[in-house]
Structure formats: C-alpha cells, structure tokens
Design a protein around this ligand. Structure first.
Ligand SMILES: Cc1cc2nc3c(=O)[nH]c(=O)nc-3n(C[C@H](O)[C@H](O)[C@H](O)COP(=O)(O)OP(=O)(O)OC[C@H]3O[C@@H](n4cnc5c(N)ncnc54)[C@H](O)[C@@H]3O)c2cc1C
Length: 384
C-alpha cells in the first residue's frame, strides 16, 4: 500500500462508515465495531506493521495523515485507531524472548483481525503513567501474576489485546516498570465500569481490572524494568504525533462546519448570510484557519524530526502534543462562539468537536506535564 492509497482508503472509510454514524454513536456512547472492521478490511490496522507480518510498512507521515482524516469524521474512532497503532508498535518492538509468541498476533493485525490498545494509567498514580502502583509478582512458572486497577483503557472490552504496565518484580524505583501483553479473555481481566465521558464518548475508554492475571514469560514484552524506556522511545513519539493529528482533524472539521453555517444561516431582514453580514465572524473564522494551518505545519515538522532524528527531536515531540491540545480547544471554542445558539443547542455537529477537543490536554502526558518537561529540559533539570 502506498501513502496515497492509505490516505484515500481512510477518506473512503471516513465518509462511508464514520461520518454517517458519528453523531449517533457519540450520543449513545456506542463503540463502532463497524469502523474497526472497515479499518481491518482496508489494511489500515497494519499501517506501520512490517510487510513480513502482512502490514503496509508505512511511516509516521502516512500515520498522521490517516489519523487526521479519520478524526475529521469521528475523533472517537481516530483515538481507537491511535491506541491500536501504539499497541502494535510496542508488540513489534518486543524483546527477542517474546518474538515467537507475538508473531501470530502481529500476523492477525496484518490480516486486519486484531485490535490492540494500551493499559498504562492506574487509579493510584493517575496521569503519571510512567510510575505504576501495581507490581508484577513471579508466579513460579517463569511468568508473573498481575493485579491492578487500570483507570482508563480505550477500546476496553473490544480490543483483542492489552499492553499492560506494572512495576518489575524486583524494580527498586518508581519507573522500573515492565510491559506485558494480555490477551482479551485472560482469566482475571475484566471491564470494571462504564465509559460516559464528556467527549470521545464512542471509544469505550472504560477502566479495566486485573485480578491475579497469570502472564507467561513469552508475553513479557520488555526486559524487567525496561518498560519505561519503551514508553519513552516507542510509545511517546507516536502518541504525541497521533494526538496532534487527531486535534488537526477536529480543527479541520470545525472550520468546515463553521464555513457551512456562515454560508447557510441567514439574517432574512437584511437579505444576507451571517458570513456576508458580519466582519467579526469572518475575522474569527480566519483565526481558526490560521491556527489550523499552523498546527498542520507543526505536524509536518515533527514528522520530519521523526524521519530524520536529531538533537531537537524529543523537544519537538513534547511540543507537538502540548501545542495541539491548546490549538484544538481554541479553534473549537471559537467555532462554538461563531455558530452561536445553533451550536449551543446541538443543531450542528460543532459541540461534539468541542467536547472531543478537550480530551487531548488531559490524556497523559497531559499538557501541563508536557510543559513541565519542556521547561525542565530547557533548564537542564532532570525530568524524573
Ligand atoms: C478519552 C480518554 C482516553 C484514555 N485512554 C487511555 C488509554 O487507552 N490507556 C491509558 O493508559 N490511559 C488512557 N487515558 C488516561 C489518560 O492518559 C490520563 O491518565 C488521565 O486522563 C489522567 O486523568 P487524571 O484526572 O486522573 O489526572 P491527574 O493526574 O489527576 O491530573 C489532574 C490535573 O493535574 C495536572 N497535573 C498532573 N501532574 C502534573 C505535574 N507534574 N505538573 C503539572 N500539572 C500536573 C494535570 O495536567 C491535570 O490537569 C485516557 C483518558 C481519556 C480522557
């Protein structure tokens, strides 16, 4: 699959599967199994997966473009897709001792039949996902036993696998974690509550409970204590880029929806559309467009840094999610104001975008934490 083919497939799915049901799924908090099926059949679930496993072997540039395209129609589905890609990237980077057990799962991903996700955040350490409270205990069979309360897991109850973090059995420090692969159906793994979020309501980001889950040694994805470097080097760059791309899709959708409203809503007594009549609304629309294109340029820049890693790459990665989280709230808030009562009373899809936009800043690493990291790194202060 080429980059253009991938983006065009994402566009077809966005218009034929996502857009028609995004509003209703948001209202009902309904996870779109049809969307996941369509993504699987199109080959997009294996977008970054090496071709040896049936994947497309494409890179971050295509990933960002596909995500923005999906998010323009339905950010809930885009977030499901993003967490899946992160799960697959973590499996693909697994230590050699897990390669044999992981290979059939990756082939299922390549065939479009396997959805994955990350289960890092815990009730105890909240957004500080790099410091799990739960600890893996050796089970005497070479594997471990895991018990924990994972507070938010996108695609909970729908994914076929969960990438789970826990402190390593002998880990001494708060970040000495290990990553494990738990298949859906593992004894002791259950969805522990409903998902009724303000935004991204259709992505099943419910808590899951792990109660004495046995994990065999071949499903230990990192060496003991090497979970944290995997989070930083494998997950964080793609998550930050992906989160920014989801924000971009939301911004584009907000601009499109606002333009449509400004053209169609009329002041009948003046014989003009809102857009023709009010320069203040045109100026606010222009600001939305400027900010959206600015975010697009930032995403191109971070992609370039990921394709050609250099000294400033990690800084750009941290900046991308922090900046995108603010831009998308600003753009969708302006859309709410421009579209006025029609948006407020939910006659347009704009308020869904506004609610979805607020997830980016609170998803960890949160916007505040990213600023902390950026500030500390500029001053040469250790981040952890
Ligand atoms: C829609 C959605 C989907 C999610 N999906 C997943 C998933 O699939 N897997 C997963 O593992 N997790 C997931 N999460 C969890 C997410 O990554 C965060 O862990 C969670 O949102 C943290 O919420 P909290 O209120 O408990 O954070 P808290 O830690 O209580 O943060 C509260 C506030 O304090 C601020 N804050 C915290 N620490 C600092 C600091 N050091 N400096 C400055 N400010 C700070 C935060 O920015 C925030 O504003 C998801 C969350 C959402 C909303």
């Amino acid at each position: 699959m080429t980059r253009d083919a991938a983006v065009s497939k994402a566009g077809e799915i966005a218009s034929s599967v996502l857009a028609p049901s995004a509003g209703q799924n948001d209202k009902l908090g309904r996870f779109s199994a049809e969307a996941v099926k369509a993504l699987g059949e199109s080959g997009l679930l294996g977008l970054l997966l090496p071709v040896d496993f049936g994947g497309a072997g494409l890179g971050p540039r295509t990933f960002a473009a596909v995500l923005a395209t999906l998010a323009e129609a339905d950010a809930s589905v885009a977030m499901v897709y993003l967490m899946h890609i992160l799960g697959v990237a973590t499996m693909s980077a697994a230590r050699s001792g897990a390669a044999q057990a992981v290979a059939p799962i990756l082939r299922e991903v390549g065939a479009g039949r396997h959805l994955s996700t990350l289960a890092f955040s815990e009730a105890g350490s909240r957004s500080h996902f790099w410091a799990p409270i739960s600890r893996a205990h050796r089970n005497g069979n070479g594997g471990v036993c895991l018990s924990s309360k994972k507070s938010w897991v996108t695609s909970a109850g729908h994914a076929q696998s969960y990438i789970v973090s826990a402190l390593a059995p002998e880990g001494a420090g708060p970040t000495d974690s290990t990553l494990y692969l738990l298949k859906a159906g593992t004894r002791g793994l259950s969805v522990a509550g409903p998902w009724d979020g303000l935004g991204l309501r259709a992505n099943a980001s419910a808590p899951i409970a792990l109660e004495e889950c046995e994990v065999s040694a071949d499903l230990q994805l990192t060496d003991d204590g090497a979970g944290f470097p995997a989070m930083l080097n494998v997950v964080l760059p793609l998550f930050s880029l992906g989160s920014a791309a989801v924000s971009l899709g939301l911004c584009r959708s907000a601009v499109t929806g606002t333009v449509a409203h400004l053209k169609s809503a009329k002041f009948e007594h003046l014989g003009q559309s809102l857009g023709e009549s009010l320069p203040t609304l045109r100026a606010q629309l222009a600001t939305m467009q400027v900010d959206t294109d600015g975010l697009s340029a930032r995403i191109d820049d971070v992609v370039d840094h990921l394709e050609k890693p250099r000294e400033t790459t990690m800084l750009r990665v941290l900046e991308a999610k922090a900046a995108a989280g603010e831009v998308v709230i600003s753009v969708t808030s302006t859309a709410m104001r421009i579209c006025g009562g029609a948006a407020f009373s939910k006659h347009l899809g704009i308020e869904r975008l506004f609610r979805d936009a607020h997830a980016g800043a609170v998803m960890a690493p949160t916007g505040d934490v990213l600023r902390e990291f950026i500030g500390k790194s500029l001053l040469g202060i250790p981040l952890f």
